[in-house]
Each structure stands twice: as C-alpha cells, then as structure tokens.
Write a new protein. Structure first.
Length: 120
C-alpha cells in the first residue's frame, strides 16, 4: 500500500463514526452486496443492460443478445429474478423478463454512465 494513501497516525472522529455506525444495517448491507454480486457477472450485467434498453425480452431474445443457449440465459435470468432485480411473465410457451422496477434500471444506467465517463 502506498504510504500517501493511509493515515500516518490512528485517530478518528467519534461523532462521525457513531452517526455512520447507527445508519449501517447489517441486513441491508448484506442484501446490497448480494445484489452487486449478482450484477458483477459479465453475462448478467449484459442481460440487465439489455433489459434497460427494452421494456421486456423473452428468454430466446436474451440468449441471442448475449450469445448463449436458452438454458444459460434462463439460468442467469432466474438468478436476477431471485435477487429481486428482474421479474417475468409467461405468455403461452414464451417467458418474458423485465427489470423489477425503475430503481434497478437507474442503478444499471448510472453504472454504465459512470463507466463511460471513466473512458473519456
């Protein structure tokens, strides 16, 4: 670790530390970490981004977009659903997925916007 990136002495602001610790909920941080872990997979973030571009996509569309089998796409979509990031509806023999809500879309779009800013 670079010496310039760390304090040379150990001290802390008790008031700030207490305020922050009061607002950190272990259950919330665990759920948020799981959500980011689900999105940390390249295929799943591609799927999530695709679902930002279109209101909904069937499993076959998703498989084609990410270049996978329908079984693999379905597996990734199911994981996103189980994490509360996506939802699905069945229409006849087709299953359509969409993002669970606008917060998920905003999170993904902000991440992509941030990524693009870093490349400029």
């Amino acid at each position: 670790m670079n010496q310039d990136e760390s304090c040379e002495v150990f001290c802390f602001d008790e008031d700030k530390v207490s305020r922050v610790k009061e607002n950190i909920n272990e259950q919330d941080t665990t759920l948020v970490a799981k959500m980011f872990k689900a999105l940390a997979d390249d295929t799943r973030i591609k799927i999530a981004y695709a679902l930002c571009q279109e209101e909904e996509l069937c499993v076959c569309d998703v498989a084609n977009i990410v270049g996978s089998s329908t079984a693999t796409a379905s597996h990734h979509l199911r994981l996103l659903k189980n994490m509360g990031l996506a939802k699905y509806r069945k229409e006849g023999k087709l299953v359509f997925y969409s993002l669970d809500d606008d917060h998920v879309k905003q999170l993904i779009m902000i991440a992509f916007e941030h990524s693009r800013e870093g490349r400029q």
